[in-house]
Design a protein around this ligand. Structure first.
Ligand code: AR6
Length: 177
């Protein structure tokens, strides 16, 4: 369900969402790959790969922005999650939180009011969903408490099981206040 404000959790293909910006789980060379990156590039058309390659690089935890081309979303924000096997525990969560923070800050700079995130880092990069959704929800709540745009944050899950993890992480974070 979409409320227009706050956090919404949906199960969907992120390329179909009518939001101002969708976030891509990219690699640091910004070369279109598989997973959600492949789906976004397929839906946006070849101009997206050209725009990504023109930027050329995005360090882990940082974010860059391109147009959405053929997507409903006006912008695509590309961020690079850490590869779970290449980082120590503390580093993984710090870098993953940075992905969410930097994506939201960049969105804010571009006047984005609604943004959808996939479950960054939990596919090819191997980050366990239980910790990943806590980092995602924590960063989103911190952002919303700050009062900056975007005020609508959608977590777009690709499975019912991922959506259930996000729902319980959100309930737990709200309980802890
Ligand atoms: N809509 C929403 N979520 C999706 C979609 C979709 N269409 N397709 C996959 N997911 P991944 P990562 C989910 O592997 O782990 C690429 O090759 C998927 O089920 O896409 O950050 C890049 O180029 C999972 O929950 O991203 C990088 O090299 C989540 O999106 C590398 O993969 C993230 O899975 C990035 O790996």
């Amino acid at each position: 369900m979409r409320e227009g404000k706050g956090i919404t959790i949906v199960k969907a293909d992120i390329t179909t969402l009518d939001v101002d910006a969708i976030v891509n789980a990219a690699n640091s060379r910004l070369i279109p790959g598989g997973g959600v990156d492949g789906a976004i590039n397929k839906a946006a058309g070849p101009a997206l790969a050209e725009a990504m390659m023109a930027i050329g690089r995005c360090p882990t935890g940082e974010a860059v922005i391109t147009p959405g081309f053929k997507l409903l979303a006006k912008h695509v924000i590309h961020t690079v999650a850490p590869v779970y096997a290449q980082h120590g525990e503390d580093d993984v969560w710090r870098l993953l939180r940075n992905c969410y923070r930097n994506s939201l800050a960049l969105a804010s700079l571009h006047g984005v009011r609604s943004i959808a995130f996939p479950s960054l880092g939990t596919g090819v990069y191997g980050i366990p969903i239980a910790g990943a959704c806590k980092a995602a929800v924590g960063a989103a709540l911190d952002h919303l408490n700050g009062g900056d745009a975007p005020a609508e944050i959608v977590f777009c899950c690709f499975s019912d099981s991922d959506a259930a993890y996000y729902r319980s992480a959100l309930e737990e974070a709200r309980r802890k206040g």
